[in-house]
Design a protein around this ligand. Structure first.
Ligand code: GLY
Length: 345
């Protein structure tokens, strides 16, 4: 798994050439969604067509979480089969987290697994979902019930695309960057605090720094615990609360916004139970607020707690939450006491 962060599409060719001999023919299928196709499919197609002698096919899936289903997955497999993909072929996932989940899962399972690359088009995907090889679809009403760990050969982020990302989606992605600061990198938190206006106008050098820092942290963690058995769980800081809020809000509040509220809950829990200094929690909550991310919801603590227990990460009804006793570090708290959790919501 390697990644490149550039401000154009041209760097894609040299990134690909580090992985494959581009003079060897192959079939590549670009999988994207109906929102991204009109924006960037032609650009990516042109770069691939000019830099390789690959036979390039497209498959466009519906957009949105509801598209992450068995039907879309089988349609993608059918398209791959019809296009004559074989074990030497490459899947190119162009889009946000939903595209990389579905396309990555299709790549993981087609002919027992073929290569894929991720070209993320959202800040959330560039900093989180495109990295680490989690692929899958929702099933029986449960998010990511079916899936596989399958590492992309390359993650190619063109930060120029972020200027066309809706503001709310961009802000949502910043929640994951703040999360990396909390669990691993106090300097990143300080950088986010000192460069708010530059981050908000998508200043190029600033974006490069925060995306690279996020990719480095996630790669380091995933390299140590690819299958999410232990250390990788710290990436879920704020997410146990956040997923519950996301479900209760019918996915109408963006993921990062829900995670922000969840991070505030996790910080409060950390102050109450792990002696995180209140000033440190306030420092982070202030950053969350300054970026326009929410710190609370109208849902009741009981509602959120009950939903958390239904979350797939609750094993045998027992919760796991991630907390911190010191900014820049994280702890996995298994089976936290109910009263303590409810009080911090
Ligand atoms: N987004 C959390 C993980 O990849 O493990």
């Amino acid at each position: 798994m390697s990644y490149s962060i550039k401000n154009n599409w041209d760097g894609l060719a040299s990134s690909l050439s580090k992985i494959w001999d581009l003079s060897v023919p192959k079939t590549a299928m670009v999988i994207t969604d109906e929102n991204i196709a009109p924006l960037y499919l032609a650009d990516v197609h042109t770069v691939l067509a000019n830099s390789t002698i690959w036979h390039i096919q497209h498959c466009i899936i519906p957009s949105g979480e509801t598209a992450k289903n068995f039907n879309t997955y089988t349609n993608v497999l059918q398209a791959m089969y019809n296009a004559g993909l074989d074990r030497s072929s490459v899947v190119v996932a162009l889009g946000g987290g939903i595209v990389s989940d579905v396309a990555g899962f299709a790549a993981a399972t087609f002919m027992r697994g073929i290569d894929y690359i991720n070209i993320p088009t959202t800040l959330l995907a560039m900093t989180d979902s495109a990295i680490g090889g989690k692929t899958g679809i929702d099933f029986l009403g449960e998010k990511n019930l079916i899936g596989a760990f399958h590492q992309p050969r390359l993650i190619y982020s063109n930060i120029a695309v972020l200027s066309s990302l809706p503001k709310n989606d961009y802000i949502s992605g910043l929640a994951e960057v703040i999360k990396y600061g909390i669990i691993k990198d106090v300097a990143l938190l300080e950088f986010l605090n000192e460069n708010i206006s530059k981050v908000l106008i998508c200043d190029e050098a600033t974006l490069l720094h925060i995306i690279k820092s996020s990719c480095d942290i996630k790669t380091e963690i995933v390299t140590q615990d690819e299958k999410d058995n232990d250390l990788r769980q710290i990436l879920n800081f704020g997410h146990t609360f956040g997923h519950a809020i996301e479900t209760l809000m019918d996915f109408k509040l963006p993921h990062g916004h829900c995670v922000s509220i969840g991070m505030v809950c996790a910080l409060r829990y950390s102050v109450a139970k792990l002696n995180l200094p209140q000033d440190d929690a306030d420092f982070v909550i202030d950053i969350i607020r300054k970026y326009g991310l929410p710190i609370s919801s109208n849902l009741s603590p009981q509602q959120i707690y009950q939903q958390m227990k239904r979350d797939k990460k609750a094993q045998s009804g027992k919760l796991t939450i991630i907390a911190t006793s010191k900014l820049g570090t994280a702890q996995i708290v298994k089976n936290p006491d109910e009263k303590g959790v409810i009080q911090c919501i």
